[in-house]
Design a protein around this ligand. Structure first.
Ligand SMILES: *Cc1c(COP(=O)(O)O)cnc(C)c1O
Length: 316
């Protein structure tokens, strides 16, 4: 019987990586979170399971495609507790991947429907489970919502403590931004602590204004739930969502040159869907703006299984 969420108060390391075109690059290794290959979905899911553990729920319902890191982590956390996990999945993303094979291994049940039916399927499923006197707990796709945002407010706190103990001050934080929850958490942390660094979410799929809006909405939702008042201009300024490096969208044309080089040069594993795109985006951003002499923190948000999918496909 597991009595903690599997992560507890583990603090992920920040390593100095290299001096790149005049900037000192550090990496916060969220991929090393000690549960199911780590990553930002593990940090978020840990907080959801803290809630589940006291709730009397007897099954977990969530949403995501076959390559979803979120579904793998949630299915694994559910399995450690002997809880049934049901995943509603869009038919459009159902090619098998290492993540989907692991969710199978963890005994999760996948319900595959056309993407337009996802919302209704989740509603019906939850109603059906309740009618069967089950007690489902719903986790939004990607660990979205205030609980997921909280996870990255916590992460921001870790970054602040590192800055204080190691006497370094970051000018920029870069990371892969998808649903925007990770970014919203970091931005809320910055606003609540009065941080001065620029947080740049490198979009892995969404274009603006939608992508930026999603982050800003999550920031407002979290702050209002905390009854914290931050001027609208402060929120608008703090949300930098850069959609210049999405290529052809989600999962498409991952930057193999950057992935191979990061591994060869630093032993740093990146993936084509998230961290590789973000790392390439960061380097381009620094170059295009001719930034130098800065302390830069790259947040490695995980996604290790996607690296192995990449490796499989590379041979084809
Ligand atoms: C989901 C994910 C992201 C994006 O996180 P959001 O909170 O949805 O913006 C980034 N990197 C990896 C590896 C992910 O799995």
């Amino acid at each position: 019987m597991i009595t903690t969420n599997g992560i507890g108060d583990f603090v992920t390391p920040i390593q100095y990586l290299d001096y790149i075109s005049g900037n000192r690059i550090y990496v916060k290794r969220e991929d090393l979170l000690p549960f199911s290959f780590g990553g930002n979905k593990a940090r978020k899911a840990a907080l959801f399971f803290d809630k589940i553990d006291g709730s009397g729920s007897d099954c977990v319902v969530t949403y995501g495609g076959n390559s979803s890191n979120h579904c793998r982590v949630v299915a694994n956390m559910a399995a450690t507790r002997g809880l049934k996990c049901l995943i509603v999945s869009p038919r459009e993303a159902c090619a098998p991947t290492y993540n989907s094979r692991m969710t199978e291994l963890f005994g999760a049940e996948r319900i595959t429907v056309p993407i337009g039916d996802v919302h209704d399927t989740i509603e019906t499923l939850i109603q059906r489970l309740r009618a069967e006197e089950r007690r489902p707990f719903f986790i939004p796709g990607g660990g979205h919502g205030n609980t997921g945002t909280q996870a990255y407010v916590d992460c921001y706190g870790e970054i602040r403590r590192f800055e204080a103990s190691d006497r370094v001050s970051f000018d920029y934080i870069f990371h892969a931004s998808g649903t925007g929850t990770t970014q919203a958490g970091l931005v809320c942390g910055k606003l609540l602590h009065g941080g001065s660094e620029t947080i740049v979410g490198i979009s892995i799929a969404r274009k603006n204004p939608r992508g930026r809006q999603a982050v800003a909405d999550s920031v407002r939702e979290y702050l209002s739930a905390q009854s914290r008042v931050v001027p609208e201009t402060g929120i608008e300024e703090a949300v930098v969502f850069d959609d210049a490096y999405v290529g052809n969208g989600y999962g498409a044309d991952g930057p193999s040159d950057v992935i191979d080089e990061a591994l060869l040069r630093y032993g740093l594993p990146l993936d084509p869907v998230y961290t590789g795109k973000a790392f390439r985006g960061m380097l381009a951003y620094l170059k295009e703006r001719q930034l130098s002499g800065r302390n830069i923190l790259f947040i490695h948000t995980g996604g290790a299984p996607l690296f192995f999918d990449y490796l499989n496909n590379k041979g084809n």
